[in-house]
Design a protein around this ligand. Structure first.
Ligand code: WT7
Length: 658
């Protein structure tokens, strides 16, 4: 039934033995009443007021959902609020101004603590500076920063003045930055001189400079001096030093601009079916409500907690669960710079131990690495402060799940396996840790109020135990409202496939395939589009292919995912050159270079296989699915329909020789 079984390899479809949450957890959980599912069901969509009521509204909303223009739904449309006020100011008013908002752990052991009061001062001053640079409400500000405190500060400063931010992951290339700034018509950029990567000072500003050269619009740029004397830089025209601006505007305050609930809070580019990245639009009221609600109900965040989502703010996980969700709830959010194995493989456990972290949220790819490194690293630290563990980004199979449960959670912490996407804004499928049984290998049922359905190609729900397409048959507050390029593409990408506009029956299609069990628990199998998930990062194979075919001498390329023990999926590239079969070191190097230039090092293939030609159908379509099977060593089906079936054997022989 499915177009493809994920990345071509068999995902674990078996789940481990179910486990119940420990009674001590249930007792203190934010949500522990199993009746919550019925409550949401019976009272839909008003049930979502529970999420919106976690926020402070300037003007209270009266309407919960307006579905007049479905699938461009509007949530709490007549209310107004400001996201920065919700994440910062209101916590000062509640008498918690000296409470720690952000605890930052730098790459070289530097530490910084921002109280809510410190954060308030910082975002007011920087908001004043942005205004002075000419940023007006609704201007898109691009932020290209690594994991330093100035990143969330810049985001919240934008939110304060109603300027949507467009954060671009710091590891992406100059070209990728330029594409995103161009697509978003962004005339403002916040970046830094550089940052430390693998111990070296890495120049970020030169990437930003190169991106600016490619843009038609003039760009005002703010540069954060992260490296000081380790990487001297000069400021050119229209470039401003972050710290000098802060000094110039020291002590300034800026009233938070009341935004309509449906006003854009931010834009986030993600990979899609075509090579063109999609600018996903998130709103102020619905997104923030959903972020706060899931932080409360799924991650069990309480204001007195020290909460750590070890992701990068450059992707949606960090937006929702390092910045907006936890700060809306007034908790302490930890952010760390660097990698889990520097200075040693116990870095994360040392941070958990020293900060007495209560809640820890990471990706399966990290858990698989911890497992490989060995349990002695966590065992050397006191992890008893932990109460809840989470995972996100890819499927987690029962073995790493159990390892996480045992060696990090000491069999005392529930694990939430949270399925969601850039487009869903916040968690949509997961167990509720204080309510549900956990099944290792299955994310869980849809959250209360979500109508998640696994369907066949006609849109009919499959029987339990079967697999199909993962769809959502009802709107939810955190959902993307549109794509920056317009509603048409939004509708085509997510809605057309399973909706029936004539009967006003709207179904969101996630692009994922999944299996559903008798309890409605969902195991994600993979994607059906040209997206691969490498270490929890979403990459477009089409985008990588076009970087390869841009290299002189390359005739054709096909990029597929190959199952990998550590990364989940690796990038595997088949290339044919103009000279026919030719494993040329210079071309190989140029290909890697081109990919790093177009996208960034995260898209670097682990394997580049040169082949005289690529297998094609009679109509000339490259058989990527077959190549995926070959890369994964799977048995191949009938290849007689190919125009050039002999090539498959040649490729297999080539792989066999490696
Ligand atoms: C894709 C979304 C939003 C989180 C970070 C990734 C995969 C996400 C899970 C999970 C299995 C998962 C899906 C999804 N995915 N979480 N718990 N189990 N697969 O956001 O970059 O937009 O990628 O990540 O394939 O469609 P993203």
């Amino acid at each position: 039934m499915v177009d493809r079984n994920g990345c071509g390899h068999d995902r674990p479809v078996l789940t481990g033995s179910p486990r119940s949450p420990p009674p001590s957890f249930v007792e203190q959980a934010n949500v522990s009443d199993p009746g919550i599912y019925d409550e949401f069901e019976e009272n839909w969509p008003e049930c979502w007021e529970r999420a919106a009521d976690l926020l402070s509204w300037r003007k209270p909303y009266e309407t919960v959902l307006d579905d007049e223009n479905a699938p461009s739904y509007q949530w709490f449309p007549d209310g107004t609020l400001n996201a920065a006020e919700n994440c910062v100011d209101r916590h000062l008013e509640s008498g918690r101004k000296t409470h720690t908002a952000i605890r930052w752990e730098g790459k070289h052991g530097e530490r910084k603590t921002y109280t809510y009061r410190d954060l308030y001062v910082a975002i007011n001053e920087f908001a004043a500076a942005l205004r002075d640079l000419g940023v007006e409400e609704d201007d898109v500000v691009t932020i290209y920063l690594p994991m330093i405190p100035e990143l969330p500060i810049a985001m919240l400063s934008c939110a304060r003045i109603g300027a949507p931010h467009n954060v671009v992951f710091a590891g992406l290339s100059a070209d990728a930055l330029a594409t995103r700034m161009d697509a978003a018509d962004s005339e403002f950029l916040v970046t830094c001189d550089g940052y430390y990567r693998r111990g070296d000072a890495f120049n970020q500003k030169s990437k930003a400079d190169n991106a600016r050269l490619k843009l038609e619009q003039d760009v005002s740029t703010v540069v954060v001096d992260r490296l000081g004397d380790d990487l001297p830089h000069v400021l050119g025209d229209d470039e401003y030093d972050y710290h000098e601006l802060r000094e110039t505007f020291a002590g300034e305050t800026i009233d938070p601009v009341p935004r309509e609930a449906e006003d854009m809070l931010f834009l986030m580019y993600t990979s899609g079916t075509t090579g063109e990245p999609k600018g996903v639009v998130h709103t102020t009221g619905g997104y923030l409500s959903h972020a706060a609600w899931t932080s409360h109900a799924v991650l069990d965040v309480k204001p007195e907690d020290t909460y750590w989502c070890a992701a990068d703010i450059g992707w949606i996980t960090g937006h929702t669960y390092i910045v907006y969700g936890p700060l809306a709830l007034g908790t302490t959010t930890v952010m760390y710079e660097g990698t889990p194995d520097y200075p040693d493989r116990d870095r994360l456990w040392e941070i958990v131990d020293r900060n007495a972290v209560d809640i820890f949220y990471t990706a399966p790819t990290a858990i698989r690495a911890f497992m490989k490194w060995g349990s002695e690293y966590p065992a050397g630290h006191d992890l008893s402060s932990l109460r809840l563990l989470g995972t996100v980004g890819e499927p987690i199979s029962p073995r790493p799940w159990n390892w996480y449960y045992e060696h990090i959670g000491n069999e005392e912490c529930p694990i939430v396996d949270t399925w969601w996407q850039t487009e869903t804004g916040a968690v949509t499928v997961s167990t509720l840790p204080g309510v549900s049984e956990m099944k290792p290998g299955a994310a869980g049922p849809g959250l209360p109020g979500m109508d998640v359905r696994v369907v066949d190609s006609t849109g009919t729900e499959v029987d339990s135990g079967d697999s199909g397409y993962l769809t959502i048959a009802r709107p939810w507050p955190g959902m993307a409202r549109t794509l920056y390029d317009g509603d048409k593409r939004f509708q085509a990408e997510y809605w057309d496939r399973f909706s029936d506009p004539d009967t006003d029956d709207w179904r969101y299609f996630s692009g994922d395939t999944a299996r559903i069990d008798e309890d409605g628990y969902i195991t994600v199998l993979g994607r059906i589009d040209d997206v691969i998930n490498v270490s929890g990062r979403r990459l477009s194979t089409t985008e990588i292919e076009s970087a390869i075919t841009g290299v002189a001498g390359v005739a054709e390329a096909a990029v597929v995912g190959r199952s990998s023990e550590t990364n989940g999926t690796d990038v595997y590239a088949y290339v044919s050159t103009e000279g026919g079969y030719d494993d040329d070191a210079a071309v190989r190097e140029a290909i890697i270079d081109s990919i790093e230039t177009a996208i960034g090092p995260i898209a670097r293939p682990t394997e580049i296989l040169f082949t005289p030609e690529l297998p094609k159908t009679r109509s000339g379509k490259i058989m990527r699915r077959l190549l995926e099977d070959v890369a994964n060593g799977h048995e191949l089906g009938d290849t007689s329909a190919l125009r050039n079936p002999e090539i498959v054997g040649e490729i297999q022989a080539e792989i066999g020789e490696e």
